[in-house]
Design a protein around this ligand. Structure first.
Ligand code: SF4
Length: 310
């Protein structure tokens, strides 16, 4: 079901349709543009039983259609991830997994077949090994990720390649798209670096490259129809416009239980250690309060650190 196409503007939902779980701050890679500064595990992360309690509470409160598992690197917390897949999957939730693809074994790929997937999103920034490894800060990441993508596609799992664009790799979008299609991906999504966390101004594409981008993606989108979806990810500006124009459908739970409106906006609207999920969800409808702070965001600068709103 694609709930994003529903007109929800007149409806106040009692629970989100979609929930993203950032399972850990920990990551085995070290991308210099990581928008949430992932790297090491932190002491305040929710533990195994707290994630379980949250999932049980979601099921008791009516459930969600979609759960996005993200991080850090989700697969570092494999036990936690499969526990969530079991509880919410048993309640008919479908999933998206965001992963850098370096930790997928044959056993993990086999186990992933047990769940319903919108898609499994694997980060790969170039078809050229040295370019990808340099961006991801790890000399072995390309090999591991490409092997993992093939493990998933050969099992019929729907893989979407997430390619983050900088001035270094934006000239080879066409080659990258063909490489993704050859590996059997069902989609590729190109996104610009989001200026937050570890990202610096140097990671942001220059105006000239940005201008060419939409044209190239449109052309590729049409060329690959019937073979693979080719899309451009939303910019921070577009995410904010959506917040103004559309009814909210989802929230993001950070590894320490803080809940945010989405991945882009730096506003915390509760913490699952002290508030119920339905109480937190109610707060997304306090749009006037939220809009009054969004107005102060300067998108020509780096996104500020998280700000507690409620
Ligand atoms: S961008 Fe993804 S793979 Fe890279 S450090 Fe951050 S969480 Fe890890």
């Amino acid at each position: 079901m694609n709930f994003e196409e529903l007109d929800l503007n007149e409806i106040k939902l009692s629970m989100p349709l979609s929930i993203q779980f950032d399972l850990t701050y920990q990551c085995n890679l070290n991308c210099h543009f990581c928008y949430n500064s992932s790297g090491t595990c932190r002491k305040d992360e929710l533990n195994f039983s707290e994630w379980k309690e949250l999932c049980d509470e979601i099921v008791r409160s009516g459930g969600v259609f979609q759960c996005i598992l993200s991080g850090g690197e989700s697969l570092i917390k494999c036990r936690r991830m499969f526990q969530i897949l079991d509880i919410l999957g048993g309640d008919n939730t479908s999933f998206i997994l965001n992963t850098n693809g370096t930790l997928i074994t044959d056993d993990i790929a086999d186990k992933l077949l047990e769940y319903r997937w919108y898609w499994i999103q694997v980060s790969l920034d170039s078809h050229i090994e040295s370019v990808h490894n340099c961006i991801r800060g790890n000399a072995m990441s390309y090999q591991k990720t490409v092997i993992s993508i093939k493990k998933l596609t050969s099992r019929g799992l729907p893989v979407v390649i997430a390619c983050t664009l900088t001035n270094d790799n934006c000239e080879s979008i066409e080659e990258m798209t063909e490489f993704a299609a050859d590996m059997g991906a069902s989609g590729i999504i190109f996104s610009e670096v989001f200026w937050s966390g570890r990202a610096s101004q140097d990671d942001i594409m220059n105006k000239n490259n940005r201008r060419k981008l939409t044209e190239t993606i449109d052309k590729l989108h049409n060329r690959y129809i019937g073979r693979m979806d080719v899309n451009l990810g939303k910019t921070a500006e577009e995410e904010i416009a959506d917040f103004y124009q559309k009814s909210p459908t989802g929230i993001v739970v950070r590894p320490n239980g803080d809940v945010k409106l989405n991945c882009v906006l730096p506003y915390i609207i509760g913490n699952i250690r002290k508030d119920s999920i339905s109480d937190i969800w109610e707060r997304v409808y306090r749009k006037e309060v939220i809009k009054s702070v969004i107005q102060n965001l300067d998108l020509n600068n780096k996104m500020p650190d998280d700000i507690v709103l409620f």
